[in-house]
Design a binder for this molecule. Structure first.
Ligand code: C5P
Length: 224
């Protein structure tokens, strides 16, 4: 596919924890030969900084202070969206479930979301095409995206995937996931939700390849 437009073409893929968003986004981006961003990396990275600096995660002001410190950056990469602190790549520290839980907590602060929103939108600058995944990409970050998806799967399947990836106990993962789903879906600002007009894909009984093919087929029809 080739596009010649000044506005970037954006594909958003939202959904709950462990729904396969990152794997699908990576492969969709690879197929379309474009970049992808996990917007969760912003919340995860700041959660990591809070933990590292022993910042009070109940304090919105303190977390905003960390964001404004200017000591961090995000960089798009084929494998995983990278997070750098003081110029050091700390990506391997941010993708665990414990950081995900802190990320979910701090992501409910409106001012935190406001600060990170601008940074997330910047990811599209200078690009012709971008795949963005998260919780509010199609509703808030890129509401004008040309093609939107909401990816889900039943709770046990999602927890089983995550537990296997992390070598964790499935019942504990299931419990933590329920807390995260409820925080992410119940917060007052930008709650996780299927964007209007999104293609909803339940991947409970689908392989990764089938999901990627379904997304690519829908993208083709949305933007052709
Ligand atoms: O997708 P990921 O698990 O990396 O996201 C970590 C957390 O960051 C989520 O549980 C959610 O609370 C928050 N997040 C968000 N909005 C996004 C992406 C992630 O609130 N667009």
């Amino acid at each position: 596919m080739s596009f010649q437009m000044s506005e970037p073409i954006i594909i958003t893929i939202d959904g709950p924890a462990a729904s396969g968003k990152s794997s699908v986004s990576r492969l969709v981006a690879k197929n379309l030969d474009c970049d992808w961003v996990s917007t969760g990396a912003f919340y995860r990275g700041i959660a990591y900084l809070a933990l590292k600096n022993e910042t009070d995660i109940e304090s919105e002001e303190a977390i905003v202070g960390l964001i404004k410190s200017g000591k961090w950056s995000v960089s798009l990469d084929f494998e995983k969206t990278k997070f750098l602190f003081d110029g050091l790549d700390v990506t391997s520290e941010i993708y665990g479930e414990s950081i995900g839980n802190i990320a979910s907590k701090i992501s409910s602060f409106p001012e935190v979301r406001k600060e990170l929103l601008a940074c997330q939108r910047d990811c599209a600058n200078g690009r012709k095409f971008l795949v963005a995944e998260g919780r509010d990409c199609g509703t808030v970050v890129f509401p004008n995206a040309q093609s939107k998806f909401y990816l889900t799967a039943n709770s046990r399947n999602r927890a089983a995937r995550r537990a296997q990836q992390e070598g964790a106990d499935i019942e504990k993962t299931l419990k933590d996931q329920a807390v995260r789903d409820s925080q992410d879906g119940g917060r007052a600002v930008a709650p996780m939700a299927a964007p209007e007009g999104a293609h909803i894909i339940d991947s409970s009984n689908m392989g990764l390849d089938d999901v990627v093919q379904a997304v690519l087929a829908a993208v083709k029809s949305d933007i052709s």
